[in-house]
Design a protein around this ligand. Structure first.
Ligand code: NOJ
Length: 573
């Protein structure tokens, strides 16, 4: 039987940019709490909230100074408890962000570690003597520019940091670090959180000999941006090391009694390597970053997603966008055409085994905010002038028309972007059936009525080539995406008695002779003749009390898509 996170729909909340309840321009926990009914109404099942812990904010919260409290800028622990209670009351799960690879340099452990080589917490971090020439111990580089090592004069050693110098790496060969994180997890699960998203889950362990990373063959970095320089190495010795999954095996014992999910940010693109984290008793789930990388290209989408499904199945989470990568709408062309494609692509992700994830604002059809260079807040661009940072994807949410877009009554910490307008706000879209918001809501509602999409039913790939990508689930549901090849609408013959459960646009048509007309940049969900269908009302009544097995038994008895019935035919609402 599937666990609660398999088939769930997730929603990433970037806390700084979601909703500001105080007017100081920064999103906060009470702001999120106010918006929970909006999220429940949208039809998501779980929220992932980015770090809200006390932090100097060198990397906007991914530099944690206290793993067990709330930064006053975001509220108080009581606000979080109230948020969790409300979320649970609305049927939403709450996933928080755990950052175990590194802490802040302001964490008491690191402050103590700096006091001397024999300090109590010295070994909580990764220290090495200088190389014979006095330089860093090896050639590892930081994701954010410069070497992955900073020299500490007073104690004469280098400490390692895969990100900023203000984010020293924790030493996962130290048993007390293991114990500390078991305790942190256990505390949060006892406080009611339903799971953790594990930051850079592939990075915790380093090569025991700290060998240099080989340079990749080829022309080398195209420019001196941190991304290019980091990408010019084969990260054979600093990332994805043997032994890292053992950490999660251990954490499972802490998570299981609470039915809590361990969801890894495993930034490993090769399907087999990613699968290693999810096999047996490793992580419960992991993000597939292929889903954030693929271009608007049918062959690429088909082969990349298929390979991941075949290697890892329902253990995967499929982000449409994230706070670290360009939004899907931008990746797929920007503006309204990009947003249309993003909705079509998300519809396809909703057809895969596992958990599709929206990033805040995806449901509004947002592409990246257009910002001036001098607005830069991301440490990547602040430290490396000219380097492309992540600010454009982090611009604040658009709730209502007006100067602060309902996000804040004050000055937002990051501008909204020159391309933002009132028509993109949630309130302007609410109730308009053609809006991105309503079409996303309809998609999620339809998905809930088709158990084959959420219960781990096996996936097959009925179309091997061409501009239409298709995934079929358990012989019951077919999800189709027309990526476009300038050839105009595709026509597909469906089995007699199929019905059109959802289409991203009303120009998708199912004709009386069972031919589907699917224009370019559109997606459709087809209930095949044998599909189990649970109506929304039935689902509402039973979902709270029944197990999936009981739900399935009920679904089998209710009306299935009938060959002559008109239910589900026609275009999108
Ligand atoms: C991944 C997070 O998503 C990103 O925002 C952060 O900068 C790095 N990990 C470092 O924690």
């Amino acid at each position: 039987m599937p666990r609660w996170w398999q088939g769930t729909v997730g929603y990433e909340i970037y806390v700084r940019s979601f909703a500001d309840s105080t007017g100081n321009g920064l999103g906060d926990l009470p702001g999120i709490r106010e918006k929970l009914p909006y999220l429940a109404d949208l039809g998501v099942d779980a929220v992932w909230i980015t770090p809200f812990f006390p932090s100097p904010q060198a990397d906007h919260g991914y530099d944690v100074a206290d793993y067990l409290d709330v930064d006053p800028a975001y509220g108080a622990l009581t606000d979080l408890e109230a948020l969790i209670d409300d979320a649970h009351g609305l049927g939403l799960k709450v996933i928080i962000d755990l950052v175990p690879n590194h802490s802040s340099d302001q964490h008491p452990w690191f402050k103590d570690a700096l006091t001397g080589r024999d300090a109590e917490h010295r070994d909580f971090y990764v220290w090495k003597d200088p190389a014979p020439d006095g330089g860093p111990p090896n050639n590892w580089v930081s994701h954010f520019g410069g070497p992955a090592w900073t020299f500490h004069e007073a104690t004469g050693q280098y400490y390692m940091h895969l990100f900023l110098p203000e984010q020293p790496d924790l030493n996962w060969t130290e048993p007390r670090v293991h114990q500390a994180f078991r305790d942190i997890l256990s505390t949060w699960f006892s406080r009611g959180v339903d799971g953790v998203r594990i930051d850079v889950a592939h990075s915790l362990v380093e090569d025991a000999q700290f060998r240099d990373n080989p340079k990749l063959d080829g022309p080398g970095p195209a420019d001196d941006s941190p991304q290019e320089i980091f990408g010019s190495f084969d990260h054979a010795h600093d990332l994805d090391q043997p032994g890292v999954v053992d950490i999660y095996r251990d954490w499972r014992e802490v998570a299981e009694p609470h039915e809590a999910v361990l969801l890894g940010e495993v930034y490993v693109l090769e399907p087999e390597k990613l699968a290693r984290y999810l096999q047996g008793d490793g992580l419960h789930a992991g993000f597939s970053f292929e889903s954030l990388k693929v271009e608007w290209d049918a062959e690429e989408i088909r082969s990349a997603l298929r390979a991941h499904v075949e290697a890892s199945g329902a253990g995967l989470a499929w982000p449409l966008s994230s706070h670290d990568d360009p939004r899907a709408a931008t990746r797929f062309g920007g503006g309204e055409p990009g947003a249309e494609r993003a909705l079509a692509y998300f519809t396809f992700l909703c057809g895969l085994p596992g958990a599709p994830f929206l990033y805040q604002g995806d449901e509004l059809g947002l592409d990246d905010g257009e910002l001036d260079d001098d607005a830069a807040q991301d440490p990547i661009s602040r430290r490396n002038p000219g380097a492309k940072g992540r600010d454009p994807v982090r611009t604040p949410m658009l709730w209502e028309p007006g100067p602060g877009f309902g996000f804040t009554t004050g000055e937002p910490w990051l501008p909204f972007g020159a391309n933002r307008h009132e028509g993109q706000t949630a309130s302007a879209q609410q109730g308009d059936p053609g809006s991105h918001l309503e079409r996303t809501r309809e998609l999620l509602a339809v998905r809930r009525t088709l158990p084959a999409l959420t219960d781990g039913s096996p996936a097959s790939w009925p179309i091997d080539e061409g501009a239409v990508v298709a995934v079929e689930r358990g012989g019951e549901v077919l999800v189709l995406l027309h990526v476009g090849d300038d050839g105009g609408p595709a026509e597909l013959e469906l089995p007699e008695g199929s019905s059109l459960a959802y289409a991203t646009h009303p120009d998708v048509l199912l004709l009386d002779d069972d031919r589907l007309v699917l224009p370019e940049d559109r997606a459709a969900i087809i209930a095949l003749p044998d599909a189990r269908v649970v109506t929304a009302a039935e689902e509402d009544e039973v979902a709270a009390d029944l197990t999936q097995a009981q739900l399935d038994a009920i679904a089998a008895e209710v009306d299935v898509a009938s060959p002559d019935g008109d239910g589900g035919r026609g275009g999108a609402a």
